[in-house]
Design a protein around this ligand. Structure first.
Ligand SMILES: [Zn+2]
Length: 381
């Protein structure tokens, strides 16, 4: 299959997380035909759905270049709002429509076809692999993280990884990602004493304490950012208090926040800053406070060097753009690869990812295949 045919056949599978709906079978067959050795990894964990994953490798020598991606897609939303069936890939005005067109089935097809072209036309020393999960948009527990653990147990070693997530805001070639911010969430609940608003001497209003805590948090300046990262940012996302009536002081009041942070911090250093604020307004008082933290990603930055330069130069060469090396945006499975090897991300325009009528330019898919092909050529030269 050529790149567009393969993209279409991947989109035709309704692989909403964790359903693989045959998408990995298509990929496995295509890769086996090129000469890849394919292995499927099915993982389960209590409380999460079972997930199928694919690791396919060509060659056994060093260096080992791995492409990271996911075949699962987010739900379609309201089906009637789509111009076409989201799982019937449709060409219109030079664009290809369908769920997963941008995020990120086209990129997988582009890499498979780029690799086929590269392998057929070049003798090279090294190996190329694809680590494809069907659990990136979901809990991401039975996906990339576990495949990496498993293949490393079996003696595998990856030198460089390119993740094919959509990285460009408006134009193909604008942005290569070489790191991501970390994400820390906190939930906290302040307990006071419920009572009649007319008798404040018999109550303890938790909202008094919570607003002081919130005020300190709002005024926090975590850092100035750096050449590679914007300043760390904290957003309060929720404030509530226990139900009552207009004449009742509530028993408790709670808040929730999310921090997107750069490499100037760790989850631990941020927790220390927050814990000091919580203590300041509750310790030595009759208030009680419960705090829960949830760490979903650590920040990372890939050292700029040969690999990041090859990715950027290949992008620039094919698109005529000057790609920016950036760390913006949300998290991706690059957060798991970074524990094993250097990792960069490049893919299509992400504007319509997760939206109704998700689509990409057909020309861009072809160009992306050429970019991936150029990256492989330069990497193994
Ligand atoms: Zn994605």
């Amino acid at each position: 299959m050529n790149t567009i045919e393969l993209t279409k056949s991947l989109i035709s599978c309704p692989s909403v997380t964790p359903e693989n709906a045959g998408v990995l079978d298509i990929l496995e067959e295509e890769l086996s035909n090129i000469g890849f050795e394919c292995k499927r990894y099915n993982f389960s964990e209590k409380g999460t759905p079972d997930v199928d994953n694919l690791f396919a490798k060509f060659g056994s020598e060093e260096p080992h270049f791995c492409f990271g991606g996911h075949t699962d897609v987010v739900p379609i939303g309201e089906e009637g709002a789509w111009s076409n069936n989201p799982f019937e890939p449709t060409e219109k005005n030079g664009n290809l429509y369908g769920r997963g067109a941008s995020d990120m089935k086209s990129a997988i097809a582009a890499f498979v076809c780029a690799t086929k072209e590269f392998i057929n036309n070049n003798k090279f020393k090294g190996s190329v692999s694809l680590l494809i999960t069907n659990d990136e948009e979901g809990p991401a527990i039975n996906g990339t993280k576990k495949v990496l653990e498993e293949i490393y147990k079996n003696g595998e070693k990856i030198d460089s990884c390119l993740v094919g997530e959509p990285t460009c805001p408006n134009k193909l070639g604008e942005m290569v990602k070489i790191g991501r911010r970390g994400s820390l969430m906190a939930k906290f609940n302040v307990f006071g004493k419920q009572g009649h608003v007319a008798y404040p001497e018999w109550t303890l209003n938790p909202i008094d304490s919570l607003t002081k805590i919130m005020n300190d948090i709002i005024n926090l300046k975590l850092d100035e950012g750096s050449d590679d990262f914007p300043p760390s940012n904290i957003e309060i996302v929720k404030i509530t208090s226990s139900d009552g009536a207009t004449n009742v002081v509530p028993q408790n009041a709670s808040g929730q926040l999310n921090i997107r942070y750069n490499v100037n911090h760790t989850a631990e250093s941020l927790k220390n800053i927050l814990n000091d604020i919580f203590k300041k307004h509750t310790e030595g008082t009759n208030y009680q406070i419960d705090i829960d933290y949830y760490e979903s990603a650590e920040p990372f930055l890939t050292k700029k060097g040969r690999f990041t330069q090859i990715v950027k130069d290949s992008v620039d060469q094919i698109t005529g753009m000057q790609a920016k090396l950036s760390t913006t945006g949300g998290t991706s499975d690059a957060r798991f690869f970074k524990d094993y090897c250097e990792v960069a991300e490049f893919g299509l325009i992400g504007e319509t990812a997760h939206q109704i009528d998700e689509n990409v330019k057909i020309d861009d898919i072809e160009k992306l295949k050429d970019i991936y092909h150029t990256i492989l050529k330069n990497y193994f030269s």
